[in-house]
Design a protein around this ligand. Structure first.
Ligand code: MN
Ligand code: MN
Length: 303
């Protein structure tokens, strides 16, 4: 188990899943099948008219958050809000409604925590949790959960979103400590569904056309992640379900990346991923692990 290899693979998996899924975002499985057969290349296009290998908000918001964490040396609500605000000013290719609404509110108030709302249960905070998982590796579970909320509440202050964000971060961290998939299933995915039945993903039909509702998103991601046994199959399975495919792809890619490691990522996907994004993901994964203070053998630093 090479910590930096798996942390880097998680960030690359996020970006690759985002780029792969964005092509078929908002399509239903039948439309995808008609147009692509099985969609499996980072060919760009889609409703955003992307270039091959181009990513969307899922990856660029993660990088914005990770950059703020590196600058502050910790997860900080105000620094996160400022980073997201600067990101919004950079005219990103896509932006979620809840993200936009609460960032505009932040511009008015300067307060980096959105008002509580059960309606803000979109996947916009969950899609960008990875930098928190890497930066807080080794901290107590309560510290990790608190850090999750600092970043999430900038735009999504909602119990279901929190539950999703925290489960994902704890799954990534356990995988970085060498946990296997069964551990992630029994220690995190099933308990999440037990605490919040909205997240049930077993004994239900395969989730097709998953929406941006965080419980729908995670149910689809968990089905794809737990029912496949390699990075490529997991990502192909999730994005061909359509719906919010860039975000389900990003989250599934993060989990598959951290579990299977960098060598499991298909070379043609890695080579097609936008090169600046690839380098930014690699550099930030290393910087965030170093910030966490987790011992890493010097020999492991490859970048
Ligand atoms: Mn997106
Ligand atoms: Mn999306």
């Amino acid at each position: 188990m090479n910590l930096l290899d798996h942390a880097t693979a998680s960030y690359l998996g996020l970006a690759i899943g985002d780029a792969l899924g964005a092509t078929v975002e908002f399509m239903i499985p039948r439309e995808i099948k008609l147009k692509y057969g099985v969609h499996q290349t980072l060919c760009g296009g889609g409703w955003l008219h992307l270039k091959p290998g181009q990513v969307t908000d899922d990856t660029t918001m993660s990088l914005a958050l990770g950059g703020a964490i590196c600058l502050q040396g910790k997860v900080d609500a105000l620094a996160s809000a400022q980073a997201f605000d600067a990101w919004m000013r950079s005219k990103p290719v896509d932006i979620g409604n809840t993200v936009r609404r609460n960032l505009i509110q932040f511009r008015k108030t300067g307060h980096p925590e959105a008002p509580y709302s059960d309606h803000d249960a979109g996947n916009g905070a969950a899609m960008r949790v990875l930098p928190v998982a890497l930066a807080t590796l080794g901290q107590s579970e309560q510290q990790v959960r608190d850090a999750c909320r600092l970043q999430a509440h900038v735009t999504h202050h909602c119990a279901l979103s929190d539950a999703a964000c925290e489960a994902l971060v704890l799954m990534v961290q356990d995988a970085l400590r060498g946990a296997d998939k069964l551990h992630l299933l029994h220690q995190h995915a099933h308990p999440l569904a037990a605490a919040h039945p909205e997240f049930r993903f077993r004994a239900i039909k395969p989730v097709h056309n998953p929406s941006g509702y965080v419980a729908d998103t995670l149910a689809a991601v968990f089905q794809s992640f737990f029912d496949t046994d390699n990075f490529r199959d997991c990502l192909i399975d999730i994005v061909n379900r359509g719906g919010d495919a860039d975000t389900t792809g990003a989250i599934a890619g993060m989990l598959a990346g951290v579990l299977y490691g960098r060598d499991a990522i298909p070379k043609n996907w890695l080579n097609t991923l936008n090169v600046e994004i690839r380098k930014a993901c690699e550099a930030q994964a290393v910087a965030l692990i170093q910030l966490s203070g987790t011992p890493v053998k010097t020999a492991e630093v490859r970048y």
